[in-house]
Ligand binder design. Sequence first.
Ligand SMILES: Nc1nc2c(c(=O)[nH]1)N[C@H]1C(S)=C(S)[C@@H](COP(=O)(O)O)O[C@H]1N2
Ligand SMILES: [Mo]
Length: 317
Amino acid sequence: MLIKSRKSWDITENQATPEHLFLNRRGLLGAGAAFLGASALPQFALAAEEDITTSLYPAKRNDAYTLDRPLTPEAANASYNNFYEYSTDKRLNADKLMTRPWMVKVDGMVEAAKDYGIDDLIKSMPLEERLYRHRCVEGWSMTIPWTGFPLKALVAAAKPTSGAKYVRFETFNNPKMAPGQKSPVYPWPYIEAVTIEEAMNDLAFVVTGAYGHTLAKVHGAPLRLALPWKYGFKSIKSIVKISFVDKRPVSLWESLQASEYGFWANVNPDVPHPRWSQATETPVGSNDRRPTLLFNGYGEQVASLYKNIDKSENLYR
Ligand SMILES: Nc1nc2c(c(=O)[nH]1)N[C@H]1C(S)=C(S)[C@@H](COP(=O)(O)O)O[C@H]1N2
Ligand SMILES: [Mo]
């Protein structure tokens, strides 16, 4: 997803076709290398990055979350990503991301502020697998078997005080580990936020794995969000800090282009992006153009969150 000053790009991404997905600019050799990078190379880095949580996968599937379409094949999902810390190319390489040691700071308006080591955090939470849809604001979608835990379990552990109204998430900021962060175009680090009520909703999921194993670097290891009723940019990757605050945080995308990428960003086929329609989407790895669903099909679970929001707010951008 791009900002207004880079129009030519936008059109390309928004009109993404299977040709764009599979006949990438670097050719097939590059594609194979990128995929191997996500799955095979980490084994060589184990000494530096030992992950003691691998035995927790696959976690038991929660059958409450069902899909209306096939799962996106893992290879397709791992080679079509948005992770601007690494590249604005979809077929990016995030091998430089070092996921151990990794600390997650929980702070702000809480009774139980804590610095978690990632392994202690993962081991203390109830892991389960959920099949979720994902809808990028650019007009493509995926279906993914995520593993993780409900965000509300983390909220409960943090014990927010009554003044806390929003939960703010922050990605790491380390240009040595993420070459994209050398770009002055983006105000790093990546920031995202939801209301406390959204964070407490059953659907809000903290992701630690996918496809039955620990999370691939390209998907935002070791910890990311999945907020499947919102456009994908809300699902922040590689989180290092979770803060409970009283004022609405401004996200990275909102600070760049608030009229296009707002705070709420709930999926709605009837509210176009200012530069393209959101009525349909292309599932990655298919030739289809299929209708986009209100709240990405999760209205039953989340529509009530928005009943009392001021009418002047744009809930769908
Ligand atoms: N830190 C960070 N989080 C991010 C992004 C990013 O560039 N950096 N891209 C977002 C966007 S636009 C989308 S669509 C999803 C993509 O997730 P995926 O690559 O696992 O499909 O991650 C979101 N989270
Ligand atoms: Mo996105």
